[in-house]
Design a protein around this ligand. Sequence first.
Ligand code: SF4
Length: 478
Amino acid sequence: MPLDTDPFDAERLHEACGVVGIVAPGTDAAYQCYDALYALQHRGQESAGMATCHDHRITVVKDNGLVSHVFADAALRALAGAHVIGHTRYSTSGSANWTAAQPVFRSVDGAMFAIAHNGNLTNTVTLAQEAGIEFTTMLSDSDLVAELLAHAVDRGKSVAEALGEVLARAEGAFSMVILEPGKIHAVRDPHGFRPLCLGQLGTRDEPEGWVVASETPALDVIGATFLREILPGEMVTLSDIGVTSVQLLEPASDKQDLCIFEFVYFARPDSYLMGHQVHTTRRRMGELLAGQGHVEADLVMGVPDSGVPAAEGFAKASGIPFGYGLVKNRYIGRTFISPDQVKRAANVRRKLNPLRENIEGQRLVVVDDSIVRGTTTRALVRMLRDAGAAEVHLRISSPPFMWPCYFGIDTPTRDDLLAAHRSVAEMNDFIGSDSLEFITLENLRAAIGLSGECCDACLTGNYPAPVPVTIGAAGGRW
Ligand code: SF4
């Protein structure tokens, strides 16, 4: 397949988000959608939105802010109807504006639909040019897909037919929910980069509705039973009478390319992905990391939150006591998603505070999930030393992050990735730790219990789908 040239690469809107779709006959499903979105808040804190359908009318409420801020009682009351889709949006550089909030609504020639998207398309410019649409930096992937669908519907296609036509030409990552009167479609890209699962409300014998969501905790919180993951390229359609499924798009291969960082960092620990509970895989990452080399230390501690299970596993396998050395302020977003580097360093202190009595004079093993730019990690090490740590040995539960992601996760350009042009020893010097070790890719895969079934392009440079040609020079923005 041809590579796409994207002149707007540096300015594009990119998302790693959470999506939900619910059909719950006889209810106003927005209330359940609220709870499900709340359970997916970790996937995006910039904006939240819902679209419901009632009496053949679609209502959209969306705004910047957390789920709880956007949906006060009045907003929920406005969202009548048993069919709802919802979205939480991730914050990325230069994209903090209301127009990027989802779902995106279109009405054309008597038909109407709303879509919400998790992922990132890599050939948006080509798609826009082919359709004669002017591509601007303010047009998000979801806007473009909605526009392309509208064109197809305008030519007489049904929404489902339009999805098949448009998404067959789309490249990159998309787990998408689409609301139209009477039904909700949920589609996953042919690689399966982003997660999407199917659940059922009520009992197996007496179903009371159907749910699709990015992660299984969104099902748990509304009492839905997990049924299965949506397959790469599959489209399921939820309606009052049940669920149908078609293989809308040919799978890219006989394996999945689910993002390996869903296991390392993004997904909730209580999520199940490809049959594995994420928390268990993170503990196992720590165990295998400990087996890679001996370190003399007094205490193993994790960087909250995703580093903690790996630290527990490290402690168990190494015999070094596990303890807590950092307290997290839970009421702010992740520093990984802060838009600029200066703020990121400052955010470490806003987000984490050392437990001085636990770490004073101690030789620490500090387990974290990843190093991206390195500035956050450097500030963290300095903070631990200032709090009295005798030594700081960093252990990372993912291999060096060397390549930008184009499939829906916000990363800096390649030149800003600490590991892109540095050895482990050079990274250790930059960060100021006493030692630094990363889990090997083989051990990471072993911890997850998969053999080559995930996308690991940011670790290996082996992109499973075409990416913008700017990768060799400056890398990508999301
Ligand atoms: S490139 Fe990395 S972050 Fe992006 S989808 Fe692949 S594994 Fe995930």
